[in-house]
Every structure is written in C-alpha cells, then in structure tokens.
Write a protein that binds this ligand. Structure first.
Ligand SMILES: C[S@@+](CC[C@H](N)C(=O)[O-])C[C@H]1O[C@@H](n2cnc3c(N)ncnc32)[C@H](O)[C@@H]1O
Length: 250
C-alpha cells in the first residue's frame, strides 16, 4: 500500500498545490478541534503526505513534525518546506510504530485522512498513546465511514442526488476504481463503531465527535455533496483515570 502512495505522490502533491476544496475543508475541521493558540505546542502529524497540516500547524506556532511511510510524499513535504519555510520537520515513519518519535514527547497528535490508511489501528493507537504527554490529545479526520464506505456511489438526479452505500459492514482493504480518486491508492474501511470502540479499548476518552456539513468550497466543487458530511472528526485523550485494555508498547 505504501508503494501505491509513492506511485500517486506526484499527482497528489500537484492536486493539493492546485487547491483541493475537500482537503482544505478536512484541514479546517481538524484545526477547529485544536487550541487556537498552538505556540510552543509539540504537534505530530500522522500520514502527513506533502505536509499540508504539518505546515499549517507550524504556521500557527507549533513545533510540528510530519511523518509518512511514503518516501516520495516526504520528499514533496521537504520541497514545499524548502520553498516556503514554516519550521515544520518531516520524517519517513509508519503510524503503526512511530519509531522516530520519542515517548511522551507530543502535546497533540493529528491524523488527517490517514487513520483510514493504517493497516493496524490498534498498533497506531498504542503508538499515539506512547508519544503523547499526559493531558495530550489526538484529533483525527477520516472519510465518513457511513457515506464513504467501499464503492459508495451516487444515484438520483441533479436536484435530488442520493448516496448509495452497499458495503458498510465489510471491513478491510479496498481500492477505488476511480482513476482520478485518491482512494485508488487503497483504503482501509472500518465501521464507525470500530473507531470508537478501538479508542475506548486503548484507553482514550472520546471528547468530541463531529460530522461537519460541507462548506461552500466543497459544494461548489462537488454540488452533490451538499446534504452529507464527507468526514467524521474525532478528538480523544488518553484517559488518565482509566487504563488501556491493551498495555501500551514499552
Ligand atoms: C489522504 S493522504 C493524507 C493527507 C494529508 N494528511 C492531508 O491532510 O493533506 C493519506 C496518507 O496516509 C499515508 N499512510 C499510508 N499508510 C500509512 C501508515 N501506515 N502510517 C501513516 N501514514 C500512512 C499515505 O502515505 C498518505 O500520504
């Protein structure tokens, strides 16, 4: 799957550079869940691609590190940073291990459209717990599991579009057959309850869960999306009063 992300990295970077309302919307609804003032806070961005969120966090004053297992994505992030420095740093790493990130070294972990790409959600949540300081938090935006399930499609006419979802209960890896779609690189579908249950099981307290309506930019780009939230946003913190059902890795 990492190979597939390396393969589409140039296309993906160019798409974001040209301006993608969906990615900008995903960024904005993620930052709504973070403190307005990030100055001095240490932020880790999991699955950073070319660094859209990492660099946005750095611009808000955070000491930001973006990681991604796709080397080509990190090359794009470093190139963007060289062109317009924000202070963001980048490393090749896997969200299921976070081997380059020290324990208890981050105030916030953010994951924009990347938890749906990690093959092992449990390993990723354990790694996130390990790198967060006490009181730190995780904010994740994922394609809405209910409406962006495998091979979801549209029916109805222009004035009354309807989303067709047939494979909600089928969890696992799938690839979009849309040659212009990001998810042609592959994607791991999990039910909404799987995400929430995994957070609870791994000792996180869910603080916020939102399903923001698409903004004007998204609707202008894709009018059919007007009535449905394309993303689910989760904010959670390791529960200081509870213990993880599964012990964090040393
Ligand atoms: C849709 S892109 C993320 C976009 C980016 N966060 C943004 O908001 O612009 C998904 C990213 O997840 C990365 N990814 C795939 N497997 C991963 C893993 N095991 N750990 C962390 N990131 C992974 C891909 O390489 C890709 O860059």
């Amino acid at each position: 799957m990492v190979d597939a992300w390396n393969e589409i990295a140039d296309w993906f970077a160019e798409r974001q550079r040209a301006g993608s309302a969906m990615h900008e919307f995903a960024r904005d609804i993620l930052f709504e869940q973070l403190p307005t003032e990030l100055r001095g806070l240490r932020v880790l961005d999991i699955g950073c691609s070319q660094g859209l969120l990492t660099r946005a966090a750095a611009e808000r004053g955070a000491k930001a590190l973006g990681i991604d297992p796709a080397e080509r994505m990190i090359e794009h992030a470093l190139a963007a940073e060289a062109e317009t420095p924000t202070g963001a740093e980048f490393a090749v790493d896997d969200g299921c291990a976070l081997a380059t990130v020290g324990s208890a070294s981050k105030d916030w972990v953010i994951a924009g459209l990347s938890l749906n790409n990690v093959p092992d959600l449990a390993a990723c949540l354990l790694a996130v717990r390990r790198v967060l300081v006490p009181g730190g938090g995780l904010v994740a935006v994922i394609p809405h599991p209910c409406f962006e399930a495998p091979h979801a499609s549209w029916t109805g006419d222009r004035d009354s579009p309807r989303r067709v979802v047939g494979d909600y209960a089928t969890e696992g890896f799938w690839r979009s057959d849309n040659p212009q779609g990001v998810r042609r690189a592959g994607n791991r579908h999990r039910k909404l309850s799987t995400y929430v249950a995994a957070l609870i099981e791994h000792g996180f307290a869910l603080e916020a869960m939102t399903e923001p309506a698409p903004d004007e930019g998204v609707v202008a780009e894709q009018p059919r999306r007007a009535g449905l939230p394309p993303f689910l946003v989760l904010r959670a913190r390791p529960d200081v009063n509870g213990t993880a059902a599964v012990a964090p890795r040393a």
